[in-house]
Write a protein of this length. Structure first.
Lengths: 324, 324
């Protein structure tokens, strides 16, 4: 199945999700929908809502609750982006000026809080304790993952295992919750919920690893952000972790010194990128992402062949092949 | 009833609340309980938990759920303080260095998010839809109130009505939710819930108005923060709103110019404070707070005489008389 076919099959559902999103970020405080509009309509791929639609489809649920639960996943994701930008001092997000640079940190904090609260409100209105548990626990784990990664900022000794545990928490757990939600909505047996949970974890890790490689290879036009942004923010991701493991002590010293300097120039980034290229750090990471995708797909094996199963398989392949 | 007697009557309950708080901010990410410890044990008065205990007592509920719901109100409050400090660029909070100045904005954002999530987790675990509605709606309204006040930052034309609506949302609604929660836990009739809701709104407004006057009159030792902090942050509060209404156009010009300047000196603050004193802005605000307290007490009239009723009345008086 092609990505185009997937979008065709779930396009109408995603349109309804858009309506749910918009309906649930209205507020009489004008700046709240204004900022939310700005960030939520800035080219987000609706990856989590799409996964939720497909997993519902796979497990045989086609009811209304999909839409509000999809909105929950997108709100949690968007809130974390808004708060991330404060954390990362990001200048751009998806190719446009980051919200905190347009309205200031204060507004980003508050609108993020608003979206978190709306997400919980939607869960509470839905009223299903097992769904609430999945999604609330994802929300808490995300924050813990972000915090854990923050404590390892600028640390050249971070291991691949530590990196994996950060991205599993900060990214994969919500992706996984979106996949599991479809099964929970369909009242599928726990084994099915577990399969989709595990599928989502591996898919989410692969997604974040690929994202982290794009930070070193994509042009501004392709990825919507400048190269080496993660490095500038002190985030040591897999391509660099691999490079640091393989390079000479002198080269390691250069990376360390650059990470610690206050002003990282484009030339610095070029130097770091050359080093990563020399040790094939991006290839290593993309290979790893490919392995995670293989593992992810294994969790789908026991499902009977169907269009939604094909869609999940196609998305899995797309994750590591995408250029944006 | 004296404040000492109240603390005696509810002291054991408040100790159990402390245990619930501590139990629910544990995390394997060490910095999360560390920062939470710092802010939650920095002299917070546990005003909302105390009100929740008293209103439960008033309505005849003495079960375990009080403690986790009290933790919800304190977590929501603490999260909003952490995020406020980013918004306000506060240097001190309750007399000690604000968390964002110790660990950085990033950590304050994330730990605030963690506490928000824990608050919702506790609500969801409790599982009572009517309580969830009261507390979630309070959480959303708080964020809206903060945002609304932010949009009026540095605005000398803010009216008393606008100010009232900001503080009702950002402060009074959670105070009110704490009071209402006691009635909801006791399964009291809706009229009782409404009385305590309305009592809490008026009490909460009086609380915030008094707080805002303390910013202009308390010494650093008394209130735990420097004088004129709100002014420095561009927050135009009731003592100043009154002064701006009464003063000459020249004096208004001085206030406007000072608010707009990047570096507000202690001499600037002295000048503003003198102006407020000249027009008795603090007295005006304290009188207003007194009127709100009178209105608050009216909502308690239909309750039979009892120790918890006395406690609520005593707290009401204490609110406007307190010096910290």
């Amino acid at each position: 199945m092609q990505i185009q076919n997937i979008l065709q099959r779930y396009g109408d559902d995603l349109k309804i999700v858009e309506e749910y999103l918009e309906k649930n970020y209205s507020s009489y405080i004008q700046i709240i929908p204004e900022v939310t509009d700005y960030i939520i309509n800035s080219g987000g791929k609706r990856f989590r809502p799409l996964l939720l639609m497909i997993s519902s489809d796979l497990c045989g649920y086609a009811g209304e609750r999909r839409y509000s639960m999809a909105a929950v996943t997108e709100f949690l994701h968007t809130a974390s982006l808004l708060h991330d930008d404060i954390i990362d001092h990001a200048d751009t997000r998806r190719g446009q000026t980051a919200a905190n640079n347009v309205w200031g940190n204060s507004v980003s904090v508050l609108v993020g809080d608003f979206l978190y609260s709306q997400a919980f409100k939607l869960m509470i209105e839905d009223g299903d304790p097992s769904l609430q548990k999945v999604l609330t626990s994802a929300a808490i784990t995300m924050v813990e993952g972000e915090t854990a990664q923050l404590t390892k900022c600028n640390d050249i000794n971070i291991t691949e295992e530590e990196y994996n545990s950060f991205i599993e928490r900060k990214t994969a757990v919500l992706v996984s919750a979106a996949c599991a939600t479809g099964a929970v909505l369909a009242k599928a047996p726990q084994t099915t919920v577990d399969l989709l949970t595990n599928f989502g974890i591996k898919l989410g890790i692969a997604f974040q690893v690929t994202d982290d490689t794009l930070d070193y290879v994509a042009t501004k036009e392709e990825f919507g952000k400048a190269i080496g942004m993660d490095f500038k923010e002190g985030k040591v991701t897999l391509p660099l972790i691999w490079t640091l493991k393989k390079c000479s002590p002198d080269e390691k010293g250069i990376v360390e010194k650059t990470l610690e300097s206050k002003n990282i120039s484009n030339n610095n980034i070029k130097e770091i990128t050359s080093l990563i290229n020399k040790y094939e750090g991006v290839d290593y990471a993309l290979n790893k992402a490919g392995e995670y995708i293989k593992e992810a797909k294994l969790f789908l094996e026991s499902f009977e062949d169907s269009a939604p199963k094909d869609a999940l398989l196609a998305i899995s392949d797309y994750i590591v092949e995408r250029k944006l």
